[in-house]
Design a protein around this ligand. Structure first.
Ligand SMILES: [Zn+2]
Length: 505
C-alpha cells in the first residue's frame, strides 16, 4: 500500500516538474527583432548646452504667493525665448499657440489629412528645491552646469530633457527636409507638477472643441531601468499603458472629552476608536494579484529572465499564490498589483491629561485600473465596520486611467524606436504609479502612453524631484535619436528598410 502511494506521488512530482519545464521553456520571447539603426549625426554638446539653458529658466510651480508666480512667469518667458532662438526651423514651420498663460501648443501640419494626428507632451515646469537641500547639490540646481559628462540641475530629467530632445529631433528632421504625413502636436504644459488644470486640461478642451482626435499621445513616464527588476540583467524599458487613480479618505471619531484620570472603557475614546479603525484598514488592503497591466508586464519580461524568477513567472498556474505573496512584500511590486492604502495624516489631542473630543485621520489610496473611487469608499466602510466613525472622501479624487493597448500601432512605433536606439533593452508594458498630464487626454487620444527614454539605475531614482538631478550628455543624445526615429515611424512614410523584421522565433 505504502509503496503504491509513494510511486503515485513520485509520478505526480515528475509530471509537475515536466509541466513546469515545458511552461518555462515554451514561454517565447516577445521582443521585436530589428536591424541596427544607421548612426545619426548630431551635436550632443550643443544639445547639452540647450538643456542647460532650459534649466537656467526657473519655471518653478508649486510655491504659493504672488512673488513665486511672478518669478515663474519670468522663467517661462526666458524658456520660450530660448526655444525660439535655438530652434529657428521649428519656429518657421510649426504653428505656435499660447494656451492659458504659458502653455505652448505647436502644430506640425501633416500632408495626409486622413491620418489621425499624434502628440508628444513634455512639460515645462519643475518642482521646487526642498528647503534646506540647496547646499547638498554638487552644482547649484539652476546654474545649468555641464560637468563630468552630465547636465546638472532641476528639470535635467523631469521633464526638460524630454522637451529639449524632442525639439532637437524636430529641428534635425526639418533640416533633412522631413515632411510628416501625419500631423504632429507638441504640447508643452506649464503646470503638470501641480495637476495640469491650467495647461494640459485646456489644450485637451481645445482639441475637443476642434474635433481633434489623436491616434496616440506620448508623455513622460516609465524609463529604461537597469539592475532594478530581479532576474534580468538587460535594460528594461517599460511603456506605461495606464496610470493609477487617487483618492484620500478622512476618518473621524468623536467622544465626550474628559479628564484622563477616569478614561472610558477600551475602544470608547476618540483615539481608541480611530486607532482600531486605522489598524483594520492598514492590515486589510484591497484585493489584488497579478492581473491586468501587471500580468501583461510579467508575461512579457518572464521569457527574458533567468533562474527561479523565470520559472515562477512562466508558470502562474502553479506558482501564482507564491509569486503574489512575494511581490506583495515589496512596496514597488505591491503597488503594481493592487489599490494601495497609505495612512498619511492623524490628528488628535494636544494635552497629555485630556481625552480629546475628536480624532481624525486621512488615508490615501492609489487606485488600480479596474477599481474605482466608489469601490475604495465601499471598502473603507466595510473594513472599518464601525458606525461611530465618520467616513468621507477628501475632494473628488481621480479615477484610474483606462488601459491603453499594447497591440496598437502607436505602441509598436514606440517599442520599435526603443529596440533600435537602446539595443538589447527588453520592452514591456507597465503601470505608472504617479499621475501625468495624460489624464486630461482620456477620450481625446485613442491611446495614451507614458514613457521617457531615460536610463536609470536604482541610485538614480531618488534624483527625480530630489537632489543632484542630472542627465548624461550621452543619454540626451539617445533621447534625441529616440524621438527622431519615433517621429519618422509614427508620422513619416512607411519604413523602407529592406531588412527582415519580426518577432524572435
Ligand atoms: Zn514630470
Amino acid at each position: 500500500m505504502f509503496r503504491r502511494i509513494a510511486s503515485a506521488l513520485a509520478a505526480l512530482l515528475v509530471a509537475l516538474a515536466a509541466a513546469v519545464a515545458v511552461g518555462t521553456w515554451t514561454a517565447r520571447s516577445r521582443q521585436l527583432v530589428v536591424p541596427p539603426l544607421p548612426p545619426l549625426a548630431l551635436d550632443k554638446d550643443a544639445a547639452a548646452a540647450s538643456l542647460a539653458a532650459a534649466i537656467r529658466a526657473r519655471t518653478i510651480t508649486g510655491v504659493p504667493g504672488p512673488e513665486a508666480a511672478a518669478a515663474a512667469a519670468r522663467g517661462f518667458d526666458e524658456l520660450h525665448a530660448h526655444l525660439r532662438q535655438r530652434y529657428p526651423r521649428l519656429h518657421a514651420t510649426l504653428a505656435r499657440e499660447v494656451v492659458g498663460t504659458h502653455t505652448l501648443l505647436y502644430t506640425w501640419q501633416g500632408s495626409d489629412p486622413a491620418l489621425a494626428p499624434v502628440a508628444l507632451a513634455p512639460h515645462q515646469d519643475v518642482v521646487p528645491i526642498a528647503p534646506g537641500t540647496e547646499k547638498l547639490w554638487k552644482h547649484p540646481p539652476f546654474d545649468g552646469a555641464v560637468a563630468g559628462g552630465e547636465v546638472w540641475g532641476r528639470g535635467a530629467w523631469d521633464d526638460k530633457s524630454n522637451l529639449i530632445s524632442q525639439f532637437e529631433a524636430v529641428e534635425l528632421l526639418l533640416a533633412a527636409g522631413f515632411q510628416p504625413r501625419r500631423t504632429v502636436y507638441l504640447i508643452l504644459g506649464h503646470d503638470e507638477e501641480v495637476g495640469g488644470s491650467e495647461g494640459a486640461a485646456k489644450v485637451a478642451a481645445l482639441f475637443r472643441q476642434r474635433n481633434v482626435k489623436l491616434d496616440f499621445y506620448l508623455t513622460e513616464g516609465l524609463v529604461v531601468t537597469q539592475g532594478i527588476l530581479p532576474g534580468i540583467a538587460a535594460p528594461v524599458a517599460l511603456i506605461g499603458l495606464a496610470e493609477k487613480g487617487y483618492v484620500s479618505v478622512r476618518l473621524a471619531a468623536e467622544a465626550p472629552p474628559g479628564h484622563s484620570s477616569m478614561p472610558p472603557a477600551p475602544g470608547k475614546s476618540a483615539i481608541g476608536m480611530l486607532a482600531a479603525a486605522l489598524a483594520r484598514l492598514d492590515s486589510q488592503p484591497m484585493a489584488g494579484g497579478i492581473q491586468g497591466v501587471a500580468r501583461e508586464m510579467f508575461a512579457t519580461v518572464a521569457p527574458e529572465m533567468s533562474g527561479l524568477q523565470r520559472v515562477a513567472l512562466s508558470n502562474p498556474w502553479l506558482f501564482a499564490p507564491l509569486t503574489e505573496r512575494m511581490l506583495s512584500g515589496q512596496p514597488s511590486t505591491n503597488a503594481l498589483m493592487r489599490t494601495t492604502t497609505a495612512l498619511t495624516v492623524a490628528n488628535a489631542g494636544n494635552k497629555e491629561n485630556v481625552l480629546p473630543g475628536r480624532a481624525d485621520a486621512v488615508v490615501n489610496f492609489r487606485i488600480l485600473p479596474g477599481d474605482t473611487v466608489a469601490d475604495v469608499l465601499a471598502h473603507v466602510k466595510h473594513v472599518v465596520a464601525d458606525e461611530r466613525i465618520k467616513i468621507e472622501a477628501v475632494g473628488e479624487g481621480g479615477e484610474a486611467s483606462p488601459v491603453s493597448s499594447s497591440s496598437a500601432a502607436g505602441y509598436h512605433h514606440i517599442e520599435r524606436a526603443i529596440r533600435e536606439v537602446f539595443p538589447g533593452a527588453v520592452v514591456a508594458p507597465g503601470l505608472m504609479l504617479a499621475g501625468t498630464d495624460a489624464k486630461h487626454f482620456t477620450g481625446v487620444a485613442e491611446q495614451l502612453y507614458r514613457f521617457s527614454p531615460v536610463r536609470a539605475g536604482s541610485a538614480d531614482l531618488s534624483r527625480l524631484h530630489g537632489t543632484d538631478e542630472r542627465m548624461s550628455v550621452d543619454n540626451l543624445a539617445e533621447m534625441i535619436r529616440f524621438y527622431h526615429r519615433l517621429l519618422q515611424l509614427a508620422a513619416g512614410a512607411p519604413p523602407t528598410s529592406s531588412a527582415p523584421e519580426g518577432k524572435q522565433p
